[in-house]
Design a protein around this ligand. Structure first.
Ligand SMILES: Cc1cc2nc3c(=O)[nH]c(=O)nc-3n(C[C@H](O)[C@H](O)[C@H](O)COP(=O)(O)OP(=O)(O)OC[C@H]3O[C@@H](n4cnc5c(N)ncnc54)[C@H](O)[C@@H]3O)c2cc1C
Length: 364
């Protein structure tokens, strides 16, 4: 038998939602915020299985990026040139929307620019040859001059991108949740949704909730609720203890965006290398792959050349949701049931934009 509820609980708490959002990450919380701006009198509820939004939004590296040259060229082979150029436009729009809506100071935004550093001469040559072409495409599409330029950083050949920066992901998500709380959005933490059918959402433990419209914003965990082509992808990150004289300042990428690192004050935050064990990392369970951890430690020693004696302070994993061509799924799959997921590792850049595209589809 399910749990017992009173008339008042059923009438007012469990069954009167205009919009119920599963997932309180950047997409779910932004959807709540943008929907409430349009419909201030509507009742909006977010349900999240974590104590905090425990998927990717509070576990990422905080890069505000439109992408690196080698990543774009690799993506073009899978998704085609036009799709990738449109994706850069969406990221650009998304980053501007995020910064304007939240305010740069409140999310710890730092405009550092982004470097892609190369250890492979051939790849550097291929990417450098495409810089001029890419800049002229982006001048037309974003209205920004010379987005990419060939440079050198810490002795490595590099391609610099002057439109990028980073946020403090903890501050961003705290601020977003503070805002929706002020707007009257309710959030139930530590409550896992087991299934969704015809506007009925069933929680683990036998509680059913009804809503006019339901949004699934569970990204890497989406397959547990609905059969869509979104695969979970685990990402691993560590942050070192402070390092005296740490000289790398800004955001950095290597190997088509698979390895990423930045400074957080005088600490190194380093993550990625999922390509070393793609099959094993296609999982929605948090955890550490020793092969990846070892590789990142040697990368810190051999490529970043950290001084001897550096130490890892904290390490963690996060779960992304990835589609075949990296395009997110934003659709109404049946009347009143919406999905916004499959952000394919770009959620800071496109998360709020995806929420805004989703909100335009929710008619009430
Ligand atoms: C290690 C790592 C580094 C990254 N670095 C960057 C970066 O530098 N820049 C960038 O743009 N992007 C980065 N990303 C990607 C970015 O973090 C994600 O694209 C983004 O956070 C996705 O947001 P979301 O709201 O869709 O999903 P999430 O943040 O994962 O939120 C989904 C929420 O749904 C909840 N949930 C799931 N299933 C259920 C259920 N059944 N019932 C109730 N609740 C449920 C989860 O608890 C979670 O809180 C990174 C990701 C990782 C893992």
């Amino acid at each position: 038998m399910g749990r017992e509820f009173s008339f008042w609980e059923r009438e007012v708490w469990l069954n009167k939602q205009d919009l119920l959002i599963i997932g309180g990450g950047i997409v779910g919380a932004s959807t709540a915020m943008l929907y409430k701006e349009k419909h201030p009198d509507h009742d909006v509820l977010i349900i999240d299985k974590g104590l905090v939004p425990e998927g990717a939004s509070t576990r990422n590296a905080g890069f505000c990026c439109v992408g690196t040259m080698s990543e774009h060229l690799a993506d073009m082979k899978i998704a085609g040139v036009e799709t990738v150029l449109k994706r850069i436009e969406r990221k650009w729009k998304g980053l501007n929307l995020l910064k304007e809506t939240m305010g740069e100071d409140l999310i710890g935004y730092e405009h550092s620019g982004g470097y892609e550093i190369f250890t492979d001469d051939k790849l550097f040559e291929t990417c450098s040859e495409k810089v001029e072409w890419m800049n002229s495409e982006l001048k037309n599409r974003l209205g920004v001059d010379s987005v990419y330029s060939v440079q050198e950083y810490q002795g490595y050949p590099a391609i610099f991108n002057h439109v990028e920066g980073s946020v403090n992901s903890g501050m961003l998500m705290r601020e977003l949740h503070k805002r929706i709380s002020k707007m009257g959005v309710r959030v139930w933490w530590n409550s896992e949704v087991e299934s969704v059918a015809s506007k009925k959402v069933s929680l683990k433990g036998g509680v059913d909730i009804h809503a006019e419209n339901v949004v699934i914003a569970t990204n890497g965990f989406t397959k547990r609720l609905i059969d869509l082509p979104i695969k979970p992808a685990r990402g691993f990150v560590f942050i070192t203890k402070p390092i005296d004289g740490f000289g790398w300042k800004g955001t950095f990428n290597h190997n088509a965006g698979y390895v990423y690192f930045r400074n957080v004050d005088n600490r190194l935050l380093l993550g990625g290398a999922r390509d070393l064990a793609k099959e094993e990392e296609t999982t929605d369970q948090f955890g550490t792959n020793q092969k990846i951890r070892d590789y990142l430690i040697s990368f810190a020693n051999d490529v970043i050349r950290l001084p001897k004696g550096w130490e890892i302070d904290m390490e963690w994993s996060g779960i992304m949701g990835v589609t075949e061509n990296k395009e997110p799924i934003i659709e109404e799959t049946e009347k009143g049931l919406f999905v916004a997921a499959g952000l394919s590792g770009m959620g800071i850049a496109i998360g709020m934009q995806v929420a805004s595209e989703l909100c335009a589809k929710i008619v009430r």
